[in-house]
Design a protein around this ligand. Structure first.
Ligand SMILES: [Mg+2]
Length: 174
């Protein structure tokens, strides 16, 4: 089926993925990555699947995000400066969820469905703006994160950093 249909359905109870209206794509539980890749091929430009394993594919999420933006003609507002500011604003909204709470209260809040929903939404906002920043600046966010992780491994060798909260510049002082 060519892309362009509206709407998708996902049911984790099924062993098939239904692109609606469209074909039923076989879902191989032993090869989820391949199955979802196939599924994503059939994703229409407009779809309404905010949850479900297909969103484990960052590229699919990014495509949905670009479409959301372009459908609203918002790219004109998405300068690099505005997007970076938006990451910070959303991160502050995430931080706001911790305001006046102790670590123990935060632990309890994790079980509160309303709180969990707010936490998920703010994390999602940060992620989506980060994706937009990376796109506007012209780099791949996953590659950048992988490269930074490698760098952090060098800055924080296990032998020095294990169990220590010290900044890397202070690690060698012990
Ligand atoms: Mg927000």
């Amino acid at each position: 089926m060519p892309p362009g249909r509206s709407g998708t359905l996902w049911s984790s109870k099924m062993s098939m993925l239904q692109v609606y209206p469209g074909p039923t794509v076989p879902f191989d539980v032993n090869d989820e990555a391949k199955s979802f890749k196939m599924y994503c091929k059939y994703l229409p430009p407009i779809f309404s699947t905010p949850t479900g394993p297909f969103m484990n594919d960052l590229a699919a999420l990014q495509s949905a995000l670009f479409k959301f933006r372009d459908d609203r003609n918002w790219k004109q507002f998405h300068t690099l400066k505005n997007l970076i500011a938006s990451v910070s604003i959303e991160a502050a909204e995430l931080l706001e969820l911790t305001q006046w709470k102790t670590d123990d209260e935060m632990l309890a809040a994790k079980s509160d469905p309303v709180y969990r929903q707010a936490l998920q939404e703010e994390c999602a906002d940060v992620l989506m703006y980060l994706l937009l920043v990376a796109d506007e600046a012209g780099f791949d966010l996953l590659d950048a994160a992988a490269a930074k992780l490698k760098k952090n491994e060098q800055k924080y060798p296990v032998g020095l950093a294990y169990g220590s909260a010290k900044k890397y510049t202070k690690l060698a002082e012990e």
